[in-house]
Write a protein that binds this ligand. Structure first.
Ligand code: NAD
Ligand code: UFG
Length: 339
């Protein structure tokens, strides 16, 4: 069976993807510097899967470390999750974001070339559709204008990977544009563990529900949407992880560049998320309405037809599953991996 290197594989999406790849029979190697994760997440991946995972603590920018990983393992494909992802922080520290996110990509591509590894899947984002494109987003739409450096790193890395594949006809690149991953593995053993005050909606909702935060502020209720709050395409992280298993199957058999949206195609508003979370879990989520958050779009959701047609992938879990599993993770791990 093929071996897949997960760069940034100890993180939220990487750890769930590791579980699904192992369940599908792939061997997995994880490389992570734990800048936004911890070794405990990998231990729990091993616990869930009953398999051991070779793990390297290293910076993906470090070419010598990468060369060592490629020489010590027979890697067939790489999934590149390793990146900084906090939108607000990227506005305050743009150079850090460009350095980390672009350099990890360049170092990986260079080491892959030296090792003769020709297959890479990249964690891109719906943010590359920018402000200009109408929803639902389809893959052939042009990349748009981003409102923050984080988004621009994704645009630039897509461009770098496309150019690399144009120059090397043997290179196979799959760009996965994630929408809004939420929820956790149903075991409650792995999940999203943000450092400090969460930027994203679902971890904030969960931390309010568990009593770590006093109340949620809903950013804007005067959008041109059915209930006035912004709408997003929330996707269960296990469905997203299974999308990577399909994408690995694809990238092992094809060359060139292919882009896929990984979303459900159905948007939900902030209010619908809060209401569903309260209803399925039977816990209150105190909330108030506040100003719009700068840079937020009123709506973002996928047309998910291409991933179904080409990869045979579609989501299986609904919003109740997402809210139930997010809460199951939070209440069993009120302080994340720090117990
Ligand atoms: P995460 O922070 O949980 O995981 C990223 C992992 O990469 C972390 O374990 C971190 O320690 C590691 N990392 C970062 N820089 C590194 C470096 N230089 N060397 C080694 N390891 C490094 O985030 P996630 O939510 O799992 O996201 C994974 C990828 O998906 C990221 O590239 C992110 O931008 C992208 N993405 C995430 C979302 C989302 O909402 N979570 C949406 C769209 C795209
Ligand atoms: N929201 C609140 N209160 C909060 C947090 C969020 O009302 O405390 C709202 C936001 O205003 C937005 C929605 O909840 O309307 C979702 O916000 P998130 O921060 O969870 O997600 P975003 O859609 O803003 O951002 C996500 C990823 C980014 C990615 C972007 C576009 O976090 O990495 O999708 O793909 F760039």
């Amino acid at each position: 069976m093929s071996t897949v290197l997960l760069a940034g594989g100890a993180g939220y999406i990487g750890s769930h993807t590791a579980v699904e790849l192992l369940a599908a029979g792939y061997d997995v190697v994880i490389a992570d510097n734990y800048s936004n994760s911890c070794p405990e997440a990998v231990k729990r991946v091993e616990e869930i899967s009953g398999k051991s995972v070779r793990t390297y603590e290293c910076d993906i920018k470090d070419s010598a470390e990468l060369d060592r990983i490629f020489s010590e393992n027979s890697i067939d494909a790489v999934i590149h999750f390793a990146g900084l992802k906090a939108v607000g922080e990227s506005v305050a520290k743009p150079v850090l974001y460009y350095r980390n996110n672009i350099d990890t990509t360049l170092s990986l591509l260079e080491s892959m070339e030296r090792a003769g590894v020709k297959r890479i899947i990249f964690s891109s984002s719906a943010t590359v559709y920018g402000e200009e494109n109408p929803v639902p987003y389809t893959e052939e739409m042009p990349r748009g204008t981003c409102t923050n450096p984080y988004g621009w790193t994704k645009v630039m890395m897509e461009q770098i990977l496309e150019d690399a594949a144009r120059a090397d006809k043997e290179l196979a690149v799959v760009l996965l544009r994630y929408f809004n991953p939420i929820g956790a593995h149903p075991s409650g053993r792995i999940g999203e563990d943000p450092q400090g005050i969460p930027n994203n909606l679902m971890p904030y909702v969960s931390q309010v529900a568990v009593g770590r935060r006093e109340k949620l502020t809903i950013f804007g209720n005067d959008y041109d949407t059915p209930d006035g709050t912004a709408r997003r395409d929330y996707i269960h992280v296990v469905d997203l992880a299974k999308g990577h298993v399909k994408a690995i199957g694809y990238v092992l058999e094809h060359s060139g560049v292919e882009v896929f949206n990984l979303g459900t195609g159905t948007p939900y508003s902030v209010t619908e998320i809060v209401d569903t979370f309260e209803k399925v879990n039977g816990v209150p989520v105190p909330h108030v309405y506040g100003e719009r958050r700068p840079g937020d779009l009123p709506e973002s959701y996928a047309n998910a037809d291409k991933a179904l047609a080409v990869l045979g992938w579609q989501t299986e879990k609904d919003l109740s599953d997402m809210c139930r599993d997010a809460w199951n993770w939070q209440k069993n791990n009120p302080n994340g991996y720090n117990k």
